[in-house]
Write a protein that binds this ligand. Structure first.
Ligand code: PEP
Ligand code: MG
Length: 889
């Protein structure tokens, strides 16, 4: 018989922390907390395997599940002295989802389950509080009606608001037990009217309804979107946790809250969280009431210092809570995000999990925990998500810049961003699609806003705390967010916001500072990120364990310098075509292209030579003896020519040919499929004089830079788009001839390597032959992905979303290497290349070189280096370190 149900609570549990695949994150941690003696309300977890069964069979359960759930209910019953439907001591439970990784706001929760027309009376008597009991029952009907029965939340709200109007009161707290009873009757009538059946009274029916809703919600649209964005496989499923209710809304000695064991924004080692007196869990996260700080220190810095902290309001419970937080941190050796409830002074822990944090906090926590002796260097390196470093590389507002502050909210997620304001997620997505930077402004966000938050540069809300949906999700996405800017009035209908007497409309520019919570009108000067301190420390540890080198793709001095600052160990790809687009060069380039004789081309190339040479000298100097790979001209020549009639006229005048001649040349160069056309090494073969000029510029620059710096330069000259050894041989012969010529002219011999991009399937399959001539291979995985799939890298966007929605692609293959296909070609090329030339240098310079998952794959293939854009160099360094650690494990 399979075991589908695992109980926990009362100081013991059937599961443990390492069973998260089966029990989900929440279930595994509830079990672990029980095992280490933390007070957890008793309950049980239904495994993720049941979810898989449920999804596969269209909503059925394994045969023996019912019996196991009944047995688990018995166990809760004996731990609490309560039973389902009991008229004296009724058992009430919460039902929550819990997948292997947390999916904030994606899945649904039902509280107070077990209440009905009869047990509500028992709860009232037991609690000695009628109002509390009927309030709980109406909350239950509302939540269950919404989450399980599919009714609209606002229909219930409308009943409540209507009732308050009739009674002429403003606040829920003005309503009495009798009022709630009347509202309950109206709620039940709503259910009957809309669904044609009564609200379920049998707690077992309620329970199975809720379990089915949680499993069903695994396949709802929001969950599917979240999984797609976070690359979570559908096959994981969710577990369901059923747990005895404890109440934070039983008066002034009751409370509920959420906390992080360290500050999730800064990483500071101080308990950090929020709570509400006399409230239920969802009140804190919903951001309807402004929560209070947990510690005195935090209260003094909060936006509502007049409200007492937990530390002073309920000192005993606070003391126990602080001790438990310390224990949990030491036990898990990781910063925890916890939920708790205090019922009449008694503390209960409802959840613990490793806390989401900003990159800045992740670095600080990892480095601090090494200093505290909790973890070692290698663990610290594996604790920080490489992709999250991107956040640190975001700009911040220049402290010297003038700040036109119109409002201040909470610093919910760091970094600063400027953009046009939009008031809906659809609008955010639409405008971002047109290449505009937007700031999404909402009163509060909900899971329906995920796509808008994704499209926006930053998020601004007028309601909600540091743990509101907007704050949690923005931090996860690494986007700046200011939440709870309560002085801003948003008018969705008019498309305006009003702050400090100013009205801004859709499209107006604001800047948000996620580090201070400030909202500024207009755009503001930004500063480059600070890369010392914890960042430098962690990178130093990462560099120690890393095997692969990290180079950069750069051709401008500014990029090369930035990359050096980020720790690049050379240039893996200098795309020389980018050096010809400057206003003062493009004319000579066009002259070269339009010339109809070799002589004409050589004359134009002679003008380009000194410019190329000085570019290379500068790059060699910046790279100070580190390897530099320079690629010969790659794109089809018509990319350099004008397109519109007006431009043709202008350019013809500028380069001294007739517009007719220019047009004729354009027609000759036109191609149906330029990406598979006259480009790459095919150019060097048709127009050897271009390759000769470039080779000369490289050699002469190497000599000059070597003289200037005293570091001999050993350039790596790379031939693009090679598919046959013969192609490489022809181009290499030209390069060798130029090398000889330059050596004779200058009396200085340059040591150099000639290698090739590997970006065609044929190059991979014949890598053994190509390696006879190539000193190195650099995988051009942009083109290799394009040619392996036969998908145009420039046109894929038109169908890629459909492919992802239908799970044909789990991830965009131009972002993360398709291991099965493109990866296999890389493996073949590596093996065959090395067979011919065991010391062949192997690298990657496609966009994938900065993608952590692809870097991991490159480690398994055994590449010598990865090369990526300058801003991704730190990401690649950390990813390479983690890949090396994984390979060692
Ligand atoms: C590649 O194809 O992966 C590559 C790096 O070259 P480009 O992007 O310039 O075609
Ligand atoms: Mg390419």
């Amino acid at each position: 018989m399979s075991k589908w149900v695992y109980t926990f609570g009362d100081g013991t549990a059937e599961g443990t922390a390492d069973m998260r695949n089966l029990l989900g994150g929440k279930g595994a941690n509830l079990a672990e907390m029980s095992n280490i003696g933390v007070p957890v309300p008793p309950g049980f977890t239904i495994t993720t395997e049941v979810c898989t069964h449920f999804t596969k069979t269209g909503g059925t359960y394994p045969d023996d599940l019912n019996a196991q759930v009944e047995a688990a209910l018995e166990t809760i019953g004996s731990a609490t002295g309560r039973r389902f439907g009991d008229l004296e001591k009724p058992l009430l439970v919460s039902v929550r989802s819990g997948a292997r990784v947390s999916m904030p706001g994606m899945m649904d929760t039902v509280l107070n389950l077990g209440l009905n027309d009869e047990t509500v009376g028992a709860l009232a008597k037991d609690a000695g509080d009628d109002r509390f009991a009927y309030d709980s029952y109406r909350r239950f009907i509302q939540m269950y009606g919404d989450v399980v029965m599919g009714l609209e939340h606002h229909d219930f709200e409308a009943i409540l608001e209507g009732f308050k109007d009739e009674k002429n009161v403003d606040l829920d707290t003005d309503l009495t037990a009798d009022d709630w009873q009347l509202i309950i009757e109206r709620y039940k009538a709503l259910v009957q009217e809309q669904l044609g059946k009564p609200f379920p009274q049998d707690p077992r029916d309620q329970l199975w309804g809720a379990i089915g809703a949680v499993f069903g919600s695994w396949m709802n649209a929001r969950a599917i979107t979240y999984r797609r964005l976070h690359q979570i496989p559908e096959s994981w499923g969710t577990a369901v946790n059923v747990q005895a209710m404890v109440f934070g809304n039983m008066g002034d000695t009751s409370a509920t809250g959420v906390a992080f064991t360290r500050n999730p924004s800064t990483g500071e080692n101080a308990l950090y969280g929020e709570f509400l007196v006399n409230a239920q869990g969802e009140d804190v996260v919903a951001g309807i009431r402004t929560p209070q700080a947990i510690t005195e220190a935090a209260r003094l810095e909060s936006s509502a210092p007049e409200k007492p902290s937990l530390e002073t309001a309920l000192p005993e419970a606070f003391g126990e809570f602080r001790d438990i937080c310390n224990r949990l941190e030491r036990h898990y050796r990781e910063m925890q995000d916890v939920e708790f409830t205090i019922e009449r002074g008694k503390l209960w822990m409802l959840q613990t999990r490793s806390g989401k944090r900003t990159a800045k906090a992740a670095l600080k926590i990892a480095v601090d925990m090494v200093e505290e002796g909790l973890i070692n260097h290698e663990e610290a390196v594996s604790r920080v998500d490489p992709a999250s470093l991107d956040q640190l590389l975001h700009p911040t507002i220049d402290p010297k810049a003038e700040r036109n502050v119109v409002a201040t909210g909470l610093p919910a997620s760091p970094g600063a961003a400027s953009g046009a304001i939009v008031f809906s997620s659809d609008e955010a997505e639409r405008m971002a699609g047109q290449g505009k930077a937007v700031i999404l402004v909402r009163v509060e966000t909900s899971p329906e806003d995920i796509h808008g938050m994704h499209a926006a540069q930053g998020i601004l809300t007028t309601r909600g705390g540091m743990t509101s949906h907007a704050a949690v999700v923005a931090r996860g996405m690494g986007k700046p967010c200011v939440s709870g800017a309560g002085s801003i009035r948003v008018d969705y209908k008019a498309g305006t916001l009003t702050a400090s007497g100013k009205t801004l409309k859709t499209g107006d520019i604001v800047t948000i500072d996620g580090a201070t919570g400030e909202v500024l009108s207009g755009s503001v000067a930004m500063l480059k990120p600070e890369l010392s301190g914890d960042f430098a420390q962690l990178m130093e540890w990462a560099d120690k364990v890393r095997r692969m080198k990290v180079r950069t793709n750069a051709e401008t001095p500014a990029d090369a310098r930035a990359a050096r600052e980020f720790g690049a160990e050379g240039i893996g790809l200098c795309r020389t075509e980018h050096m010809f687009f400057d206003a003062d060069r493009i004319g000579d380039m066009r002259e070269m292209i339009v010339a109809d004789s070799e002589e004409g081309r050589r004359a134009a190339l002679a003008k380009l030579l000194p410019m190329q040479r000085s570019d290379f000298v500068e790059l060699f100097e910046i790279m100070a003896g580190l390897p530099v790979t320079i690629r010969l001209l790659d794109p089809p020549l018509h990319e350099f020519l004008p397109k519109s009639e007006q431009e043709i006229e202008e350019v013809a005048g500028a380069i001294g040919v007739s517009a007719t001649k220019l047009r004729r040349r354009l027609e000759m160069l036109a191609e149906f499929n330029p990406m598979l056309g006259h480009r790459g090494c095919r150019l060097a073969i048709s127009y050897p004089e271009i390759a000769e000029m470039q080779a000369r510029a490289i050699f002469e620059a190497a000599i000059e830079a070597g003289k200037r710096t005293g570091n001999p330069v050993r350039p790596e000259i790379m031939v693009p788009l090679v598919g046959l050894k013969a192609e490489l041989d022809i181009v290499k012969a030209k390069i060798d001839a130029v090398a000889k010529m330059v050596a004779e002219e200058t009396g200085t011999e340059v040591n150099y390597d000639v290698g090739t991009m590997v970006e065609l399937p044929r190059a991979c399959l014949t890598a053994d032959k190509i390696a006879e001539s190539a000193h190195f291979f650099s995988f051009g995985t942009n083109d290799l992905t394009q040619t392996t799939f036969g998908i145009s890298r420039d046109d894929a966007a038109s169908f890629l979303p459909t492919y992802q929605a239908q799970h044909i692609f789990e991830t965009d293959p131009f972002v993360s290497i398709d291991v099965e296909g493109v990866g296999e070609f890389m493996k073949i090329a590596t093996e065959r290349g090395r067979k011919t030339r065991p010391d062949i240098k192997l690298g990657i310079c496609g966009e994938h070189g900065g993608d952590p998952a692809s870097v991991r794959f490159c480690e398994t293939v055994g590449l010598d280096y990865v090369s990526c854009s300058p801003f991704r160099v730190p990401i690649a360094r950390l990813a390479a370190a983690q890949a090396a650690l994984k390979a060692k494990a």
